[in-house]
Design a protein around this ligand. Structure first.
Ligand SMILES: NC(=O)c1ccc[n+]([C@@H]2O[C@H](COP(=O)([O-])OP(=O)(O)OC[C@H]3O[C@@H](n4cnc5c(N)ncnc54)[C@H](O)[C@@H]3O)[C@@H](O)[C@H]2O)c1
Ligand SMILES: [Zn+2]
Ligand SMILES: [Zn+2]
Length: 391
């Protein structure tokens, strides 16, 4: 089968690799119809993780079951399925609590596993013709319709992007009707967090970024774009709050109830935008958040950065403004998405017409287009926000 593999820093290649096969009686083999590129893939692409050359990328699979092992009961060859990024056993104590991204059986070295990711277990990725899916009864989520229909892009986003946005808005930030929300980062995750916050009834959602196409998309989904190239985004949001009129008696609360970091450790330094500053977003979020508010960190922070910026070490401890966070009484929550909690809920919002996350998909290609799409996506060029490969 063909697969997109990591070749070197900022280089992927499309190669022939041995076909994925059934390895256990609980496995399914899925033929991929769509699979997306994710900002998380770029951490590997940029050489910031321990990815070995040859690693097959991809953790956002949608496809059709081709074969099942003898113990699989709920899906059959021909079933159209979406597969959550973090694969899980479905029966360990963490899975039983709905914490599938911390499954205790999927990876020998520790909790949690994912397809196609350095340090997340031996599972090959989904940017390929075929994918082996362990514990198929738990991991294959059926979706209606036919491959290539009008929901193809909505359903592929159920693997990772939409569930992460929903998790960030609903569970990490706890967005409730009437809340004011600000999301740093208008990539796929930031945009779908904003989209989820709006579905949940937020009063206003700001989206901070410095890339035109992404700011435009934020406006298109109903958020208020904030361009950090025009100055301090915290001041811009405070000014907008004051301009639109703060609720009577709440003038002292010039900030935002729920703030989301959808950027992670590769955040741009706003003073020197050609450089990274990993604590940029937490510093801004701490200033912006209202007393007793919440900060949700969905962006990735690795334990080791294999190519730290000049002057920093591989396992640098980031500084967070503890004093500000404590005196404001802010709750801060981190985390990988326990995807499977939300897959069915969000599938059914899509099917009922209440959500169309595909609005953020900008590019399509085949596996052969992956090297060029990765290049543009990595540079945040050519308007690439979310690219979907259709093998
Ligand atoms: N928690 C999870 O389970 C989970 C799942 C998927 C992705 N992620 C992570 O979420 C993050 C975003 O993913 P994505 O696919 O949207 O990536 P992306 O790279 O497309 O988007 C990041 C955006 O942040 C913007 N940005 C950079 N510095 C900024 C700053 N100082 N202030 C505001 N915006 C800034 C960039 O311009 C870019 O548009 C990544 O770290 C990714 O690894 C986490
Ligand atoms: Zn992802
Ligand atoms: Zn488990």
């Amino acid at each position: 089968m063909r697969a997109v593999v990591y070749a070197d820093v900022r280089t992927v290649a499309v190669r022939e690799v041995p076909d994925a096969t059934l390895e256990a009686e609980t496995d399914a083999l899925v033929r991929i119809t769509s699979t997306a590129l994710c900002g998380t893939d770029l951490h590997m692409y940029d050489g910031r993780t321990g990815a070995e050359p040859g690693l097959v990328f991809g953790h956002e699979p949608l496809g059709v079951v081709e074969q099942v092992g003898s113990a699989v009961q709920t899906v059959r060859p021909g079933t159209r399925v979406v597969i959550p990024t973090h694969l899980f056993c479905g029966t360990c104590v963490m899975c039983a609590r709905g914490l599938s991204a911390a499954c205790l059986r999927a990876r020998a070295e520790g909790p949690g596993a994912a397809y196609g990711y350095a340090g997340m277990g031996p599972y090959r990725g989904a940017q390929a013709d075929l994918l082996r899916v362990p514990w198929a009864d738990a991991n294959c989520v059926p979706v209606p319709g036919e491959p290539g229909d009008g929901y193809e892009d909505d359903f592929v986003l159920l693997a990772d992007a939409f569930v992460t946005g929903w998790h960030a808005a609903a569970t990490l930030a706890g967005v409730e009707p009437g809340d004011t929300v600000a999301v740093f980062g208008a990539g796929t995750i930031g945009l779908l967090t904003a989209y989820s916050a709006l579905i949940r009834g937020a009063r206003v959602v700001y989206c901070v970024d410095g890339v035109d196409a992404r700011l435009d998309k934020a406006g298109e989904i109903g958020a208020v774009p904030v361009d950090f190239r025009r100055g301090d985004p915290v001041e811009q949001i405070r000014a907008d709050r004051a301009r639109t009129g703060l609720p009577l008696g709440e003038e002292k609360l010039g900030g935002i109830d729920k703030v989301v970091d959808a950027v992670g450790f590769q955040a741009r330094d706003r003073e020197r935008p050609e450089q990274e500053r990993p604590d940029q977003v937490i510093a801004d979020a701490a200033r912006l958040v209202n007393p007793a508010g919440a900060i949700a960190v969905a962006g990735v922070y690795p334990e080791k950065d294999l190519h730290p910026r000049p002057g920093a070490s591989a396992s640098e401890e980031l500084v967070a403004p503890w004093g500000t966070l404590f005196s404001k009484g802010v709750s801060v929550r981190f985390g990988r998405t326990h995807d499977r909690r939300y897959t069915v809920l969000l599938r059914d919002l899509v099917v009922s017409g209440r959500a169309r996350p595909s609005v953020i998909v900008t590019h399509h290609g085949t596996l052969a287009d992956a090297p060029e799409l990765y290049r543009s996506f990595d540079r945040r060029e050519n308007g690439v926000i979310k690219a979907v490969l259709r093998p």
